[in-house]
Design a protein around this ligand. Structure first.
Ligand SMILES: Nc1ncnc2c1ncn2[C@@H]1O[C@H](COP(=O)(O)OP(=O)(O)O)[C@@H](O)[C@H]1O
Ligand SMILES: [Mg+2]
Length: 349
């Protein structure tokens, strides 16, 4: 099997159990994101895949070859794994030119064969004029592009990226992210990328693995995770939610903001009922729930409207365009059925 397969990886630093039986596969050409809060074990998993951390339990297979196996004390070093690495501090070699940095990982005898490929990639990324320049003369975004090409130049079986855009400012980040995605997809290399930014994961990934406390909570496409989260943690990871109490009766969940069909729960079950800010529709129909507007703020593409129910429960809504109801006014609000989520209380924090 080609691609990357991490099987049943567990890892501890002293008494700190950091990974608990994690398995991850990345097919050739696939971009998989590990998404989770700081400290949940993402970097450790990537370092185990790369061979920068000695495997304690489980196996790593890359490009059809077993490169690490705890049971057999097999642990090939990074340079024997066919991996392209790019970590948070994508430090380039300061005393080498851009061209030399990019060619660094390519065996000397193969360098001339790679020249045209590298030249083409540099042109695509708008850095062809910099071949003979030294890293410090390039902007952060340009250095990041060079680091990516350096990781890709030897033609790795798999690319491992750890928070690759975190050093860039917000405006540059979006552009570099787009180019990086295109370059990766052009080369067709399977990629495992770590991020704690849900929007970045949604943008980049074919598949996202949500991690928390050393475990994978959910594995799915970006739309799967956003629209069909398995639990409250995953729901809240993708942005703020409005949370209400719900109780089931006759296959309906009854909440402060209305009743909605549910199935599979007995009467009397208490559920946590979650609505994302964009799940609210402010309409003219007057058929919705009456809410009082506290503030409405335009953000450009959308507006944030803070409201209150009759009993003062705060509601945060996000509406498209510049819908800006007046503070103090009363509006009618309905809820998009595809934007509601409910989970048994016992599984929530
Ligand atoms: N070399 C190390 N020695 C001891 N503890 C470590 C080491 N590397 C990471 N940790 C700990 O392992 C946990 C997971 O870290 P890490 O994998 O870096 O998380 P993430 O990348 O998700 O933020 C954290 O509690 C961190 O402090
Ligand atoms: Mg990390």
């Amino acid at each position: 099997m080609s691609g990357l397969h991490l099987r049943a990886i567990s890892h501890a630093f002293g008494s700190n159990q950091v990974l608990r039986n994690v398995s991850v596969s990345v097919a050739p050409g696939e971009l998989v994101c590990l998404l989770g809060p700081s400290g949940c074990g993402k970097t450790t998993l990537l370092r185990i895949a790369a061979g920068l951390e000695t495997i304690q339990s489980g196996q790593v297979e890359i490009g059809g070859e077993l490169v690490a196996d705890a049971d057999r004390s097999l642990n090939l070093p990074p340079e024997k794994r066919g991996v392209g690495l790019m970590f948070q501090d994508y430090a380039l070699f300061p005393h080498l030119t851009i061209q030399e940095n990019i060619s660094f990982g390519i065996a000397k005898k193969n360098r001339s064969a790679h020249q045209s490929l590298i030249a083409e990639s540099m042109a695509n990324m708008g850095i062809s004029g910099y071949a003979e320049a030294y890293p410090h003369t390039l902007s952060g975004g340009q250095q990041q592009r060079v680091a990516l090409l350096r990781a890709l130049a030897p033609g790795p079986n798999v690319l491992l990226l750890d928070e690759p855009f975190s050093g860039l400012d917000v405006t540059r980040r979006a552009q570099v992210r787009t180019e990086t995605l295109r370059t990766i997809k052009d080369t067709g290399v399977g990629t495992l990328m770590v991020t704690h930014d849900p929007e970045e994961a949604m943008f980049m990934a074919d598949r996202i693995l949500v991690m928390n406390e050393g475990q994978v909570l959910q594995d799915g496409s970006p739309t799967d995770l956003y629209f069909h989260p398995h639990d409250q943690f995953v729901t809240e990871l993708f942005g703020p939610v409005n949370e209400f109490e719900g109780i089931v009766k006759n296959n309906l969940i009854k909440t402060k903001v209305g009743e909605f069909p549910v199935s599979g729960y007995n009467d009397g079950t208490e559920l946590s009922f979650l609505v994302r800010p964009e799940g609210f529709l402010i309409d003219e129909s007057n058929r919705g729930i009456s809410m009082k507007v506290i503030t409405a703020r335009p953000l450009g593409r959308s507006s944030v409207v803070m409201m209150e129910l009759d009993d003062d429960t705060p509601i945060e809504a996000r509406v498209p365009g510049v819908v800006l109801p007046e503070a103090g006014s009363s509006v009618s609000v309905s809820i998009r059925p595809e934007q509601i989520h409910y989970f048994p209380k016992s599984t929530t924090r």
